[in-house]
Every structure is written in C-alpha cells, then in structure tokens.
Design a protein around this ligand. Structure first.
Ligand code: SF4
Length: 313
C-alpha cells in the first residue's frame, strides 16, 4: 500500500469505506455568540460575514434540499457514493437541543450519509450537546466535532476578538472525547501577534488534548473580514510561501502520527481573496509541504514522543 508522509483524512475514509466519501456543506441558519452580542460583536477578525460558510450554498433551502443539490453535484463531479453531512457556517451547536436534533436528523436521514460533522465554538459545547451527538454514534454514524483553537497564544486570541479562552477549549475537548465523538481542531498559522513558536506550541496542544483530526491553514485575508482593513493599512502581514511550507512541515513532524489531517491550506472564495496570492494554488501548497518532508526524510509524527512514533498509520 502506498503511504505518504502525511496521515490524510481522505485516505483514511477511502480505506474505511472503500470509496470516495464527500463532505456536503450545509447551512442550518445558525448565528454565532461572537456576532450576536452574547459573547461579543463583530466576530473573530479573520472570519467573514458568511461565518466561513461555503459560497455555493443557498441558506434558505431546507437541509434536505441542500443535501440533494450537493449530492448531485458531488456524484457528477467526483463519483462519490458516501457522504458526510457537514454543518459548516457559523456555530452549529448554538441552538436549543430540539432544534439541533431536528436539523441533525434531517441531515442524516439519507442512507448514503455515513457521518455527521459539526463546526462549532468551544463555549458552545455542553454535556447536553455531546449527549445528543453521541446518539448518532449509537445509530452507526461517525460524528466529528470541529472546534477552532486557532492558536494557544491567549493574547493573539484576545486581539482577534475570539472571546474565549484556551481553558474553554480544553474543557470542550474533554467533553467531546468523553462522549466518544471525534475531535477536529482548527489551527491558523500566521495570525497577527503569533510567532512560529506559538504555532508549534499549538500543535503540541493538539497532542495534549488528543485531537483526532486537524485542519491547519495559513492566515488568509478575506475582503469581508475585519482583518482586511488591517492588512490594507499595513497593520498585519501574511506568511510567505516558503515560510508557511517550512513551518507546517515543522508542525507535522511533532504532531501525533495518529491525528488525521483534514486540511493543509486555506483561501477565501476567489472573488474575496486578497492575500496571500500563493494560497490560491492549494495543490501546490500541499505538494510543497509533502516535498519538504520528503527532502528532510521525515514524516508526520517523526518528532512525536518516541513511545508512539514507531506506530504506523
Ligand atoms: S470564526 Fe467561528 S466563532 Fe469566530 S465569528 Fe466566525 S463563526 Fe463565530
């Protein structure tokens, strides 16, 4: 079996299900406590007005309609036969339990849907939410809970108007893991105020909380986000291509080899993307990170604590 130097999520799905499994992005009409004034207003400064949702979704469509439209698109484009219902935009556990149940039920009713993925904030993870999500595991589905940690530098989080703490994250991670759900941590490299060492400390934090998956991406500037004016005014910069490739390779070397990599690059929708220009070529970014690891004769987990570094994935 061909193995790459990175433990990719898509490869894992292919091995488990024997076919291409595609995520279907859904918009459940949520908002975010960091936008509606419950925690703060204005949202995280890197987040755009659509709550980092997918551009091709019509949020007024029912969940069933959104699923149907996207399934068709993915079947035609990728030949996908199994799907993951992915609630992506805004904070997808920020509603009452009956409302969440109704949305998740609708999203998982199709027998071709093999998993449920929910993007949310640490302070919107409660025991009741985890209990609800665990019900879908008992029904035979995989359930991933995606929570942005972004960085563990609290000063950076505060400066980005994140309105939550690293301790909030630790508590949420514990609840998710205890409920038997799969934890996916989002990390941004190059946030204003962060250093390369902050990024590596954040990766070590992922090991500490035993993240099952990671979405790592470069800071990018979306013209709809607050950071756009910072960037235009020269108050923040974005990482250079080589700088990002080298930093992510460093991070992958210390990340647990068991942590599945969902993503290694990030960009805004093309019409809103201001910087960095190199991030628009996602394949080049991923290929260059793999090449860098190969050049070092290294791989994900090569510098992870020795008691598990010999395990293969
Ligand atoms: S990144 Fe998440 S938590 Fe921050 S404003 Fe956007 S939806 Fe809310």
């Amino acid at each position: 079996m061909h193995q790459t130097c990175v433990n990719y999520f898509h490869t894992h799905l292919l091995q488990v299900y024997g076919c291409r499994v595609q995520k279907l992005c859904l918009d459940g009409g949520f908002t975010c406590p960091n936008r509606d004034g419950t925690k703060a207003r204005g949202g995280c400064y890197f987040c755009d007005a659509s709550g980092s949702g997918a551009a091709h979704i019509v949020p007024t469509d029912s969940i069933t309609q959104q699923l149907r439209n996207q399934k068709k698109r993915c079947e035609q484009r990728y030949g996908a036969a199994r799907f993951i219902a992915y609630f992506q935009a805004f904070t997808n556990t920020y509603a009452s339990i009956p409302r969440l149940r109704s949305l998740y039920d609708e999203a998982t009713a199709d027998p071709q849907v093999v998993g449920l993925s929910v993007g949310t904030r640490a302070d919107c993870i409660t025991p009741a939410v985890c209990e609800l999500l665990a019900e879908y595991v008992t029904r035979g589905l995989r359930v991933w809970v995606e929570i942005g940690v972004q960085t563990i530098n609290q000063r950076t989080l505060d400066q980005m108007n994140r309105a939550e703490t690293v301790d909030d994250y630790r508590r949420a991670a514990q609840l998710v893991k205890q409920a038997g759900l799969e934890l996916v941590a989002h990390v941004i490299a190059g946030l204003p105020g962060d250093t390369g060492e902050d990024f590596l400390r954040t990766i070590r934090f992922l090991n500490e909380i035993m993240a099952d998956g990671a979405k790592i991406h470069n800071l990018y500037i979306d013209s709809r986000a607050t950071l756009a004016s910072w960037w235009r005014d020269g108050k923040c910069r974005v990482l250079g291509f080589e700088e990002y490739v080298s930093l992510v390779a460093d991070g992958l070397e210390i990340l647990s080899p068991r942590c599945l990599i969902h993503r290694l690059s990030g960009q805004a929708p093309r019409q809103y993307h201001l910087a960095p220009a190199w991030a628009l070529d996602k394949n080049l970014v991923i290929h260059s990170i793999e090449k860098e690891l190969e050049r070092r004769r290294s791989r994900q987990g090569a510098r992870y604590p020795s008691e598990v570094s010999s395990e293969s994935f």
